[in-house]
Design a protein around this ligand. Sequence first.
Ligand SMILES: Cc1cc2nc3c(=O)[nH]c(=O)nc-3n(C[C@H](O)[C@H](O)[C@H](O)COP(=O)(O)OP(=O)(O)OC[C@H]3O[C@@H](n4cnc5c(N)ncnc54)[C@H](O)[C@@H]3O)c2cc1C
Length: 394
Amino acid sequence: MKLKKTQVCIVGSGPSGLLLSQLLHNAGISSIIVDRQSRERIQARVRAGVLEWGSVDALDEAGVGRRMHRDGLPHDGFDLIFDDDLHRIDVKALTGKQVMVYGQTELTIELIARRLEQGCEIIFSAQDVQPIDVESDRPKVRYTKIGEMVEIECDYVAGCDGFHGAARQAIPSRVLKTFERIYPFGWLGVLVEQPPVSDELIYASHERGFALCSMRSQTRSRYYVQCPLSDTVEDWSDQRFWDELALRVGADVAGKLRTGDSIEKSIAPLRSFVAEPMRYGNLFLAGDAAHIVPPTGAKGLNLAISDIRILWRALIEHYKKANDTWLDRYSEICLKRVWKVERFSWFMSTMLHQFPEFSGFEKRMQRAEFDHIVGSETASRSLAENYVGLPLEM
Ligand SMILES: Cc1cc2nc3c(=O)[nH]c(=O)nc-3n(C[C@H](O)[C@H](O)[C@H](O)COP(=O)(O)OP(=O)(O)OC[C@H]3O[C@@H](n4cnc5c(N)ncnc54)[C@H](O)[C@@H]3O)c2cc1C
């Protein structure tokens, strides 16, 4: 068996793991990243696209914001459409802040390139990755690569390996509590090389189901429609998708829609999930490994970045000031914010989707939520505050 050593061993090279590694490197703290996927597969995943300004600041602080500022699109607001009635949430006027539209894929590609250039060891395509001895003060991550077993000994393990990863499984079931809501529908997403239908995002609730008009750049658009979980991508020709989207967003928006051949099409289930605690021994969970939000409200990636900001500060306190107070409070600090973001994502999802089990009463409640937001600046401001991102309270 081969042995390696580092200060922080990071499981998962998604945005959480890569950003943590970059921030630690900037502070002179070593890390090794282990991922079960190949670099090509990781860089081909199409996922989130809206960054809170706190996330933008974190990327700047990590020194990886140059391309984001060059190619990203700062947004001042977004539209809500409810049964063809449109209401703009002027996020900037209500909060003084903006959000940045920038693809997670681009961010991941840049972070991987930067980390490798700086000499970080990223082990791609590792098999049977497993954090072990995490209760001890010499935890390890064990994996197999090309038939050889390897152990990385470290001070801390950061479990950044997403919802289906191995890190959360290392917490004994007597300790781990999980909370989950699975939504009875999914999102069919289409990526297309066409300019977006609008300069800002449009979230639409319609009796046929939810729809979202989003973008990755001025020439690349990302659109979604709510669909049954039993549907497959093969059930949705491009033409069927465009026809359905046009019906759900209403004639005004549909008239400006630039359609084309999809360059990516996938169906994602919607889930709310939280694991408590986020620390066990010297294992720290961050990002999707600890929690999932439905994408309505664009919070998944942002929540991952806020965990990393908290973990990074806690590790800096440990290594530079021999102060473990923040490491000890990591789970408590993260979870307080996680639950507020879970609430917002659940609220947005509940207001805007068609639920098969909803009766006339719940449907009237959804409409009343929308009317309340339209009629109350306080309600609009509350929505906007959550959308731009709640403060980090440490
Ligand atoms: C299909 C899809 C669409 C999404 N769309 C949006 C969106 O529009 N807006 C939004 O805000 N959020 C969206 N999200 C959520 C957002 O992308 C995630 O919150 C974000 O990727 C979390 O980053 P992460 O680094 O914590 O986890 P991930 O990005 O999941 O990265 C985890 C990494 O760990 C690796 N890994 C997994 N298991 C193991 C293992 N056993 N051993 C080693 N490595 C492992 C994976 O290969 C991966 O590289 C979407 C998610 C999905 C799945």
